[in-house]
Design a protein around this ligand. Structure first.
Ligand SMILES: NC(=O)NCCC(=O)O
Ligand SMILES: [Zn+2]
Ligand SMILES: [Zn+2]
Length: 471
């Protein structure tokens, strides 16, 4: 049945306007006033006092993923339900390949994990565990047949996932040739490996040593190396989970020179700092991410970089492990703490509350960062990431006046803690539509697992928007 959303304020990355929306067959078909003229039978939804945002696009999630000897606590069902509660209607999840096996078998596995469970639409990046000649040969088919047009290469996690510079360079060349975007985890894995072994040999086993063995200079160095290799290959690069001023500077310098380089940060790096890793009773393990949380002054650098466009997106890097039984695998050895945390639900609200409410970001800038830019970079715009005639009706009806306090007692992620426990946020996604269907209505989940569609993404540079993607 057609729907009309009335009396809301529509916010896109381009403008803010008071207008009504007509939704038919899952698509926005008109924006304006007096829309009942066009669809007299439509269900009318009153959004007075609310913003209408495009559904969030989270470009960085790890659901149902084996990592560090365990498997993430959230799968495609719990993870996407939590995402929906939080105002995110599209995710791009990392399909982890298996060493020695064809890429296509990992992709099959990821489809099986997602198909019957996802409640929102989803695409895949490929997270390549080992890049060999065979893997490089397989990439063009993955891009063309699967619509997977971005690959993550690791410069860290030595002896597990790390690729060397030659491999990164060849991946950049292949991406340029076939129309893909290379994503990079930029930390100097060789030096980190040495520092970890030194720390453990000296008997330093606590969570704080996770951060102390991964100093920001090693993220800056690796980021600079990746940016320079991208320039040499005349390719395109997206640096995931940027945490520090040194890395921002490398990305900004590359962009100033006209290189096709973009950067993502995450809520944890904007809001939490290294002191959290020193919490007693091993609680610091809850705050173990790679790269790690940094000294507080880096937060200002990241906010400024978002504001002035040096960084373009905020991903959740959702990668949840329970404290009990999972993070605890690192008791007695910080290097065995599974990396990552549960953020998929709170990414949208945290960025609104800490960004827009606190005057760090404008409304349209918020939409660009939370939805539009990722949709453009990853080849799903304008189907996703905006409110426009012809776009999917993925809409968040957002009340900017309601306040709530984040807590694991009330969150919907399948995990026993929340890293933002006790933080108050202003603004709540009251109702969320995905392709015109309510999946959250009045803060209650009303969707169905399995309704989410797989998104076959456009090649990099294949839409007018990613071609002109400079800003
Ligand atoms: N970021 C993190 O700590 N965990 C997830 C895996 C990754 O993105 O490197
Ligand atoms: Zn990473
Ligand atoms: Zn990640």
């Amino acid at each position: 049945m057609a729907k009309i959303i009335q009396n809301g304020t529509i916010v896109t990355a381009a403008d803010v306007s008071r207008a009504d929306l007509l939704i038919e067959n899952g698509i926005v078909t008109a924006i304006g006033s007096d829309l009942l003229r066009l669809a007299p039978q439509a269900e009318v939804i009153d959004a007075a006092g609310c913003y209408l945002f495009p559904g969030g696009v989270d470009p960085h999630t790890h659901l149902d993923m084996p990592f560090g000897g365990t498997i993430t606590a959230d799968d495609f069902e719990t993870g996407t339900i939590a995402a929906a509660y939080g105002g995110t209607t599209t995710i791009i999840d990392f399909c982890l390949t298996v060493k020695g096996k064809p890429l296509s078998s990992a992709i099959r596995t990821w489809h099986e994990k997602a198909r019957a469970k996802a409640v929102i639409d989803y695409g895949f990046h490929l997270m390549i565990s080992e890049i060999t000649d065979e893997v490089l040969e397989e990439l063009p088919a993955i891009i063309n047949d699967e619509g997977i047009t971005s690959f993550k290469v690791f410069m860290a996690y030595k002896n597990v996932l790390q690729a060397d510079d030659g491999i990164l360079y060849r991946t950049l060349l292949s991406a340029k040739e076939h129309g893909a975007l290379v994503m990079v985890h930029a930390e100097n894995g060789d030096v980190i490996d040495y520092l970890i072994r030194q720390a453990l040999a000296a008997g330093h086993t606590e969570p704080i040593y996770h951060a102390l063995t991964r100093p920001s200079v090693l993220e800056g160095e690796a980021t600079g190396r990746a940016v320079r290799l991208t320039g040499l290959a005349d390719s395109q690069l997206y640096v995931v989970h940027v945490t520090c001023e040194e890395a921002v500077r490398q990305i900004a310098d590359g962009r100033l020179e006209g290189l096709r380089v973009w950067g993502e940060t995450c809520p944890q790096y904007l809001l939490l700092d290294i002191s959290y890793l020193e919490k007693p009773d091993f609680e610091g393990a809850k705050y173990v991410w790679s790269p790690p949380l940094r000294a507080k002054e880096h937060q200002e650098a990241l906010w400024n970089a978002l504001k002035n466009g040096q960084l373009q997106t905020v991903g959740s890097d959702q990668c949840s492990f329970n404290f009990s039984g999972q993070k605890e695998l690192g008791l007695g050895d910080f290097s065995k703490i599974p990396n990552g945390g549960p953020i998929i639900e709170d990414r949208f609200s945290l960025l609104y509350s800490e960004g827009v409410e606190k005057g760090r970001l404008g409304l349209s800038q918020f939409v660009d960062i939370i939805a539009t830019r990722a949709a453009k970079l990853f080849g799903i715009f304008p189907q996703k990431g905006t409110i426009a005639v012809g776009s999917d009706a993925d809409i968040v009806i957002f009340d900017p006046t309601v306040k709530r306090v984040i807590s694991s007692e009330t969150h919907h992620m399948n995990v026993d803690y929340n890293p933002f426990e006790g933080i108050a946020v202003t603004g709540v996604p009251v109702s969320v539509l995905s392709r015109g269907e309510f999946i959250i209505r009045d803060q209650q989940f009303v969707g169905t697992p399995g309704r989410g569609n797989y998104l076959r993404r456009n090649k990099f540079g294949n839409t007018s928007d990613s071609l002109s993607e400079k800003g």
